[in-house]
Design a protein around this ligand. Structure first.
Ligand SMILES: NC(=O)c1ccc[n+]([C@@H]2O[C@H](COP(=O)([O-])OP(=O)(O)OC[C@H]3O[C@@H](n4cnc5c(N)ncnc54)[C@H](O)[C@@H]3O)[C@@H](O)[C@H]2O)c1
Length: 349
């Protein structure tokens, strides 16, 4: 028997504290050999003793765990959002989880706001660069708070960083039977960074002759995502553009409550989290849709090589959607716990 996969769990804040236990119920119902270790990092802990993540937290996660399962971070009691930055961005940046992978799959036509769209039309993956760009935090303020204030936010694009994310997208396409990689940027106006992305994209593509390539400016891509989503396969883009287009993509698959993601560095302990945030207005009401977290759990299993178990969970989520055993945001009447229990039962059958 293979050794159980060791999962570090950070439920975090708000609905993270509801959807992660719900997803764990489903993961436990599967035959996947897993152990779960919970960490109380989040706003509750921060307001008590100021801890965001302990000094050796990231090293410990990388050393002692096979994957990290995170809910969401963000709480009105911490207006600076410092705990979320240190925990979430800390994992992404300090553990160098450079590839943010967001599968966009419509499970049922009823979930899509687009007229006449079917599951065959919406099935693509966004690969977002996760460690550079404007989110690297470089820049500053001059003459802060005065009428002459100047703010700069630098867009960091390293040759190594651009090359490894583009190569990741092509490797992902190859491993998943995808046929096309589309690189999206704004190289018509952001000529320096865009030029680097363009050159590296062509260079890397020559190593993958069986995979078609395409380029689109990110504004045109937004139009395409709505008008012709069936033309999309694998999209690779920078940190900020990826952040924005994946919310649009989530809308195509039924909303934030349906969307899964992984933050990956091949060969290292990687982190998996539903796309949505902590949603304070609906937190604590047993209303949050757990499917994004459950599908994220399945994605984590597939990443750990537990493909059969992952597919079983995906099939159970699909069954729940078809039978309307869902939360209200996607047309059902169930609460978070009841929806997860239905799916868990289906997985165990
Ligand atoms: N990765 C993360 O941890 C992450 C991501 C985004 C936002 N945040 C944080 O979360 C907090 C709230 O941010 P926000 O309101 O911009 O985004 P959000 O994703 O938390 O919520 C936006 C709205 O979407 C709906 N929604 C989201 N998830 C849902 C679910 N599972 N089921 C049903 N409805 C759902 C709710 O109506 C919610 O009010 C902020 O503190 C923000 O910084 C964290």
């Amino acid at each position: 028997m293979t050794a159980p996969k060791r999962i570090a769990v950070v439920q975090g804040d708000g609905i993270g504290k509801e959807v992660i236990p719900a997803a764990i119920e489903v993961l436990r119902a599967s035959t996947a050999p897993l152990t779960f270790t919970h960490f109380d990092w989040g706003a509750d802990r921060y307001v008590i003793d100021g801890t965001t993540i302990p000094p050796d937290g990231f090293q410990m996660l990388a050393r002692d765990f096979d994957a990290i399962f995170v809910g969401a971070l963000g709480d009105p009691r911490v207006p600076s959002n410092i705990h979320a930055k240190e925990i979430l961005l800390g994992m992404r940046f300090q553990m160098d989880l450079y590839a943010n992978v967001r599968p966009v799959k419509l499970l049922d036509a009823s979930l899509c706001p687009l007229k006449n769209a079917t599951p065959a039309d919406i099935n693509f993956t966004v690969i977002r660069e996760n460690t550079e760009g404007v989110y690297a935090g470089m820049g500053g303020n001059f003459k802060f708070g005065t009428p002459d204030e100047i703010a700069t936010q630098e867009d960091i694009n390293t040759r190594k960083g651009v090359e490894r994310i583009i190569r990741f997208a092509f490797d992902y396409a190859r491993a998943n039977g995808r046929r096309k990689v589309l690189m999206s940027d704004k190289s018509n106006v952001m000529t320096h960074a865009g030029g680097l992305w363009q050159r590296v994209f062509k260079h890397v593509a020559s190593d993958y002759p069986e995979i078609a390539i395409q380029h689109m400016y990110v504004d045109a891509l937004c139009l395409q995502m709505v008008r012709e989503p069936q033309s999309l396969d694998v999209i690779v883009t920078n940190n900020m553009f990826g952040d924005i287009i994946t919310d649009l993509a989530a809308a195509l698959q039924g909303g934030l409550g349906m969307a899964a993601s992984g933050n990956i560095h091949p060969g290292r302990t990687s982190m998996f989290e539903p796309v949505h945030g902590s949603a304070p207005p609906i937190a604590g009401k047993n209303n949050a849709n757990p499917m994004g977290a459950i599908l994220t759990g399945a994605m984590m299993l597939a990443h750990l090589g537990l493909n059969a178990e992952a597919q079983k969970i995906e099939a159970a989520v699909l069954a729940a959607v078809r039978e309307k055993k869902t939360t209200v945001d996607v047309g059902g009447t169930l609460g978070t716990r009841e929806c997860a229990s239905w799916i868990a039962k289906h997985v165990a059958e």
